[in-house]
Design a protein around this ligand. Structure first.
Ligand code: SF4
Ligand code: SF4
Length: 426
């Protein structure tokens, strides 16, 4: 059960035992499916030819204007194309790569990283680095907050949703590299106010600061509170004088460092695989394009799941078909049998959704106006401030999917068309 607070909610942590195990590499898959979509969502044309042998990091597809690319996450043979209905991209063509070879990584020489903000943004864009926190192209996200006054940039490793511990796994493995990526992102947005956010007990937090004190100022680490969704604003007085906070993912920071230092395009991600049906919950490193069914098979299913969810329990998307590839931005996969879902009934006006909303919205009122087609008054309720955190649905005793309604109002942006007929009028 969740506990309601004045803003945000307390949700139980279900991170064990995945969080307590070391990261495992998935064995080389027989084949992978790489969506022909660049990091900014542009559909790309295949440039490699069928039956070509391709190398990890090689370009296999490009946008029409040749500014964005799709890189191969593995070395293997381009066996063909396959259309896939993907929950993130919709209907998308994928490159099928087979005969995947495990090639020992060549010793790479680190470039001297002395880059301007523009150069950092260009590298992030060119390599198509996607921020796992929200699936946005990192370069676009950083460019959007570049000229904000008093900006605070946080590499958010708090894993604020119930199951995920993939950010913590990345910090555990590669904290100095994540920090170097964060510093580059700080250069790109022109701020020295950079922090590495985690969510740890007091003792674990101090030992993290102590462990890296040679390389990272202890004050760079900040500890998030226990509420969901994460909000660092209340953790430090400092935040009061810095109105703009931009959070980016730790996997994106690591990818930015590797792109700048070694010229690498991101090729893999760490995914938390968990849920009551998973025999061996753990954090797994997978090449992009690995099929969800292969990832579930690797972790083992103790029982057949009723729900397979891409993402975590609060904001994830339930999928029907597991023959879809892991793509940049996915950092959690759940297989769940038992899900508490009260039968939906009418709103009882309890106001819990409003008290849970960290954005200060009135979700029940937005829902009511949408249901009553009072569209002209929706704007006053600022549905565009909703980030889809799911807290309002989670606390609703009437079992209503309030989040869905608020997002519907948000995405309509005042353009709601009323359908008067059956569609047979032509
Ligand atoms: S989903 Fe939107 S409306 Fe609901 S609590 Fe989160 S921010 Fe508020
Ligand atoms: S939508 Fe749910 S949580 Fe919000 S007021 Fe109605 S019953 Fe309460």
């Amino acid at each position: 059960m969740s506990k309601l607070t004045n803003s945000g909610i307390f949700i139980p942590s279900l991170k064990q035992p995945a969080a307590s195990r070391p990261v495992t590499d998935i064995p080389t898959p027989e084949r992978i499916l790489v969506p022909l979509v660049s990091g900014d969502g542009t559909f790309c044309r295949l440039t490699a030819r069928i039956d070509d042998t391709i190398n990890k990091g090689g370009i296999i597809a490009s946008s029409d204007d040749n500014s964005m690319h799709v890189y191969s996450p593995v070395s293997g043979v381009l066996a063909g194309r396959q259309a896939v209905l993907h929950p993130i991209y919709g209907n998308v063509a994928c490159a099928v790569i087979e005969n995947i070879r495990e090639k020992g990584e060549d010793e790479k020489k680190e470039s001297d990283i002395n880059l301007s903000g523009d150069e950092v943004l260009e590298i992030a864009r060119e390599k198509g680095i996607v921020d796992e926190l929200d699936g946005q192209l990192l370069a676009e996200k950083l460019a959007a907050c570049r000229n904000s006054e008093n900006l605070i940039l946080i590499a958010d490793g708090s894993d604020s949703e119930p199951y995920s511990s993939s950010s913590w796994a990345v910090i555990n493995e590669s904290c100095p590299e994540v920090y170097r990526g964060l510093k580059l992102a700080g250069i790109a947005v022109n701020t020295n106010n950079i922090y590495l956010g985690v969510r740890l007990g007091k003792k674990a937090f101090s030992s993290l600061q102590h462990k890296y004190m040679q390389e990272i100022e202890p004050s760079v680490f900040i500890n998030a509170g226990k509420k969901y969704p994460v909000n660092y604003k209340f953790e430090k007085d400092l935040f009061k004088s810095h109105p703009t906070v931009c959070r980016i993912g730790v996997q994106a920071c690591l990818a930015l460092y590797r792109a700048a230092a070694f010229g690498e395009a991101p090729s893999s991600c760490i995914v938390t695989v968990a849920g009551d049906c998973v025999a061996n919950p753990q954090n797994v490193r997978v090449p992009f394009g690995t099929l969800v069914e292969d990832l579930l098979r690797f972790c083992g299913l103790a029982q057949n799941p009723e729900y397979v969810i891409i993402g975590d329990a609060m904001t994830g998307i339930a999928i029907q078909n597991t023959e879809i590839p892991v793509v940049p931005g996915i950092s959690c996969l759940l297989a769940i049998k038992n899900r508490v879902q009260p039968p939906a009934h009418a709103c009882i006006g309890c106001g819990r959704c409003a008290r849970a909303c960290h954005a200060g919205l009135l979700p029940y009122e937005i829902m009511r106006r949408l249901d009553n087609m009072q569209y002209e008054r929706l704007d006053y309720l600022l549905p565009e401030e909703c980030d889809g955190c799911g807290a309002c649905s989670h606390v609703c005793p009437a079992g209503l999917d309030v989040t869905y309604k608020v997002l519907e109002a948000r995405d309509a942006q005042g353009n709601i068309f009323v359908k008067w007929g059956t569609g047979d009028e032509l």
